[in-house]
Ligand binder design. Structure first.
Ligand code: 3PG
Length: 404
């Protein structure tokens, strides 16, 4: 296990914390504050330990000066203040010599949030390309670095990977909980273990499928993932979403060939097409026409999936079964979530689109564990590694520090 916060001496220290406050926002209103709430345990602990707290996060993809007007973290600082019921100061500067004095003048238990780390990406990608000077500067602001941005742990940024090179570092309570839960529930599951892979981009998920197939008893496919499997088996999938990348298709063919008995594929579908919004038809999977677009699973597929779900002791869900945002194609995902909530199995949800679907459809409290990571969760479960944790020492190892 990586060095943990509870085993690190932070009392009375200046602590710089990387959180992930990359939250959905519209007109300055936060639409979902789950990620912010998940960091409160770490922040409250640091307050109790009498620390001066500096918070760093990215927000959105900042590629132009104009993006900066959309992605300020100031509304997040205000929201955090209401959640903590304590002042959260905000600095529009995140890379300026004045910051050192401002931080030295903080009182113990006070919090200063710095502006979006990705503002430094314009024009030179200093944050995203892990600039050494920036990482060293942020490290110089504090005595200890706490990494609690699980959803950004697959990013090699100055604020994620960089700082830990130059400062004694540990993981926060959220990262600790994520690693523990994913290791225990998904990497070492109680069998029978059913993995459900839905959603769109198979290129992002093939490594995860290759890893989880070795651990699971059934791999149940839907959405763009199932379409690619059907395409690899030479079914006509019409104009449905699937990869055209031959290497990915070959990897899928190999996976299916070697694990025939584990793959569970759709039998039928609800299709639309690209030119007529009112066209919605039920079709068997071997009767798809060339201009059909598969948008949801059909009733026979749901029955088949239910049989598998009933056998499960553990279920890992990634992705949705169809385009649930459109009511005409929402039945598969809704019915499937109902089945999952009726099952006695441990249900773990990972990956951004599935986590939002679970929340949007009101199942947030019905499943065992919802990971706060999107790409990070897939990366961890696919490879067992997260780059941002690389510079954080294991609990027993001595910490190397660099004099700045
Ligand atoms: C996420 O929302 O998955 C994380 O905050 C990472 O965001 P990114 O994909 O913009 O790096």
């Amino acid at each position: 296990m990586k060095q943990t916060l509870q085993n690190t001496d932070v009392k009375n220290k200046k602590v710089i914390v990387r959180v992930d406050y990359n939250v959905p926002m519209k007109n300055g209103q936060i639409l979902d504050d789950h990620k912010i709430k998940e960091t409160l345990e770490t922040i409250n602990y640091l307050i109790e330990e009498n620390c001066k707290i500096i918070l760093l996060s990215h927000f959105g993809k900042v590629k132009t000066e104009l993006d900066k007007s959309k992605y300020s973290l100031e509304p997040v600082a205000k929201h955090l203040k209401t959640l903590l019921n304590t002042e959260v100061y905000f600095s529009k500067e995140n890379f300026s010599p004045d910051l050192k004095e401002r931080i030295d003048n903080l009182q113990p238990k006070e919090i200063l949030m710095l502006e979006n780390t990705r503002f430094l990406d314009v024009p030179n990608r200093l944050e995203s390309d892990c600039d050494t000077q920036v990482a060293m500067f942020w490290a110089s602001l504090a005595d200890i670095f706490v990494f609690d941005a699980f959803a950004s742990a697959h990013r090699r940024h100055a604020s994620t990977y960089g700082i830990a090179k130059y400062l004694p570092s540990c993981i926060g309570f959220l990262v600790q909980k994520e690693l523990y839960s994913l290791d225990k529930l998904v990497m070492n599951p109680t069998h029978p273990f059913v993995v459900v892979m839905g959603g769109a981009k198979i290129e992002d998920k093939i490594a995860l499928m290759e890893n989880l197939i070795t651990k699971c008893d059934y791999l149940l496919c839907a959405g763009g993932i199932a379409n690619t499997c059907l395409k690899a088996l030479h079914f006509n999938i019409g104009e449905s979403l699937a990869t055209n990348d031959m290497k990915t298709i070959e990897r899928i063919q190999k996976l299916m060939l070697e694990n025939k008995e584990k793959f569970v594929l759709p039998l039928d579908a609800i299709v639309g097409n690209t030119y007529d919004e009112s066209y919605v038809k039920y079709k068997l999977i071997n009767k798809i026409d060339s201009d059909d677009v598969i948008k949801d699973v059909g009733v026979k597929t749901l029955e088949k999936y239910e049989t598998t779900i009933k056998k499960a002791q553990t279920i890992f869900l990634n992705g949705t079964l169809g385009q649930y945002e459109n009511e005409k194609f929402a039945n598969g995902t809704k019915e499937f979530f109902r089945m999952l909530s009726a099952s006695n199995a441990i249900v773990v949800v990972g990956g951004g689109d599935s986590a939002s679907a679970v929340k949007n459809l009101g199942y947030e409290d019905k499943f065992t564990y919802i990971s706060s990571g999107g790409g990070a969760t897939l990366e961890y479960l696919g490879t067992g590694n997260l780059i941002a944790l690389e510079n954080i020492s294991e609990e027993s190892e001595p910490i190397e520090t660099l004099d700045l």
